[in-house]
Write a protein that binds this ligand. Structure first.
Ligand code: FAD
Ligand code: NAI
Length: 483
């Protein structure tokens, strides 16, 4: 057994961990990063959920399936004719895997470039000692075969072990018929009938992928409202578009027994009226939220405090109950988003260096990459009402935006909420084309505490979708020019 000493050890190389490791190395620390994810060949696959079975592969499949849908339904209106449009699922998955591998390799390259020592295997606490912690690295399943077990030591430890899909009680993922996000991203063929439980972000994104490719998709949602965290007007607009596309979403259901059939599964549930129903499907994706990964950490060896969900308890600065132990990303409180994990990783590395790293939770953007895309930052109209804040609203539909018309995608709107007295922007909510890109301007504006008038007075390129944001800002003052 060998032991190496570092200034900082990061456990987990998802967006929280790998970014924390790079930032700590940039700040002059000697850094190790441990990650257990293996690729199909047993080699290291840093990047975590995000790179391997999350953000990146889902966006690759969303892109492929959107091209397919465009070719099938929209090329003709541009005067483009094709033969019958077919999908080669194997090729599509192969492309997705290449995109994932490029990201894995990119992170390994960045570790090398920044002199971060990478260890492939499971990291767990062994003990605390005077001035630091000892961490064991167990060779990953097949990945670190032949690697000698080792221990590392450091004064500072950043835990960034992420999260895993939550299963329904008594219904484990077999990744054949009952799928988590992992199985849902590597179906070898388009299922005829796909059931999805949970109409959250994963349910809508993966439901959209397979619907576009030809599956008959039914999404069962427990809550009586659709996308409860989203501004109600925006959620209504999105629901209308999904209904039109044929994505069936049933709200207010209670899921009962799930049985394996000879082929596929049957799902018993009661609908919103309390009537018993049965849905049969070839495949089922369960997307009902995620649970923090703390099982493999041996947290009790050092007395690291976890909450009742198994998440690491941290303060606003990501400090755990132990001196020198920090935690970031999905394994702690707050939204489970890659960019939130990254920001926390950077902030912690900077705090370790004595700087004042900071994450502004009020300006973290959210994006749902469906078509139309849904993106928002700040408070919704229903939150402002609940908080008793006096506000003004400006909305602008993409229907009145020249670029959206030229693109052939005029669904949705930009909605801006501003303080009635000061005009400070309190929230921006977008449903429509490229909402994921448009939201960046709103985040920037809110970070600089801009007023709606500030956006209204800024020159926006014409023709661009961003003009809809400017027009929504003008509409706050009831003086939109093009609507
Ligand atoms: P993770 O990315 O989960 O990484 C944790 C890493 O730690 C993993 O590699 C894991 O193997 C490793 N690990 C765990 N325990 C140990 C241990 N003991 N020793 C060594 N290694 C360990 N977010 C967005 O912002 N945008 C999106 O578009 C988006 N799309 C998503 C799509 C899907 C289908 C899913 C499932 C998630 C998506 N997310 C998205 C959420 C995003 O993936 C997570 O918020 C993000 O990955 C969290 O980063 P993290 O670093 O905290 O953890
Ligand atoms: P989610 O929290 O977004 O949605 C889960 C949904 O399942 C909720 O609507 C909930 O009411 C419902 N639900 C829970 N239990 C249920 C039950 N027993 N029966 C029926 N419905 C039930 O979780 P999801 O979709 O699993 O995604 C997990 C997280 O991953 C997201 O919260 C998000 O943080 C992240 N993610 C982010 C993406 C993005 O940023 N574009 C994309 C995908 C995931």
């Amino acid at each position: 057994m060998t032991q190496q000493t570092f200034d900082v050890i990061v456990i987990g190389a998802g967006p929280g961990g790998y970014v924390a490791a790079i930032r700590a190395a940039q700040l002059g620390f000697k850094v190790a990063c441990i990650d257990e994810w293996s690729n199909a060949d047993g080699g290291p696959a840093p990047g975590g959920t995000c790179t391997n079975v999350g953000c990146i592969p889902s966006k690759a499949l969303l892109q492929s399936s959107e091209h397919f849908e465009h070719a099938r339904l929209h090329f003709a209106e541009h005067g483009i004719s094709t033969g019958a449009v077919k999908i080669d699922v194997g090729q599509m998955l192969g492309r997705k895997n290449t995109v994932v591998k490029q990201n894995n390799d990119g992170i390994l390259y960045l570790f090398k470039k920044n002199k971060v020592a990478f260890f492939h295997g499971r990291g767990s606490f062994v003990r605390a000692f005077e001035g630091g912690y000892e961490i064991a690295v167990a060779a990953g399943a097949a990945g670190a075969a032949g690697a000698e077990p080792q221990t590392l030591a450091a004064k500072q430890v950043i835990v960034a072990t992420g999260s895993s899909a939550r299963a329904l009680p008594g219904v484990p993922f077999d990744e054949v018929n009952v799928l988590s996000n992992d199985g849902g991203l590597r179906l070898g063929a388009v299922p005829k009938r796909l059931a999805v439980i949970g109409s959250g972000v994963i349910g809508l994104e993966l439901g959209s992928v397979w619907r576009r490719l030809g599956a008959d998709v039914t999404v069962l949602e427990g809550l009586p409202v659709f996308l409860g965290a989203v501004d109600e007007q925006i959620a209504r607009e999105a629901k209308k578009a999904f209904d039109k596309q044929g994505l069936k979403i049933e709200l207010g259901v209670q899921v009962g027994e799930i049985k394996a059939l000879k082929k596929g599964v049957s799902i018993a549930y009661t609908n919103a009226k309390g009537e018993p129903q049965t849905l049969e499907a070839d495949k089922l994706i369960v997307s009902i939220g995620r649970v923090p990964n703390t099982n493999g950490l041996n947290a009790q060896a050092v007395g690291l405090q976890l909450d009742e969900r198994g998440a690491i308890v941290v303060d606003a600065d990501c400090r755990s109950n132990l001196p020198g132990v920090w935690a970031v990303g999905d394994v702690v409180r707050g939204p489970m988003l890659a960019h939130k994990a990254e920001e926390e990783g950077v902030a912690v590395a900077e705090r370790i260096a004595g700087q004042h790293g900071h994450v502004n939770f009020d300006t973290i953007p959210w994006v749902i990459y469906t078509s139309p895309e849904i993106a928002w930052v700040g408070r919704t109209e229903q939150q402002l009402k609940a908080d008793g804040v006096a506000y003004r609203v400006g909305t602008f539909p993409f229907l009145a935006n020249g670029r959206a018309r030229a693109l052939g995608d005029t669904t949705g709107m930009v909605k801006m909420l501003a303080d009635a007295a000061t005009d400070q922007i309190l929230g921006v909510h977008i449903v429509g084309p490229m909402a994921s890109e448009l939201i960046a301007e709103a985040v920037l504006a809110m970070e600089f505490k801009a007023s709606a008038e500030d956006i209204a007075r800024i020159c926006h390129a014409h023709p661009s979708l961003s003009e809809a944001t400017k027009e929504a800002a003008l509409a706050v003052d009831k003086r939109a020019l093009n609507f």
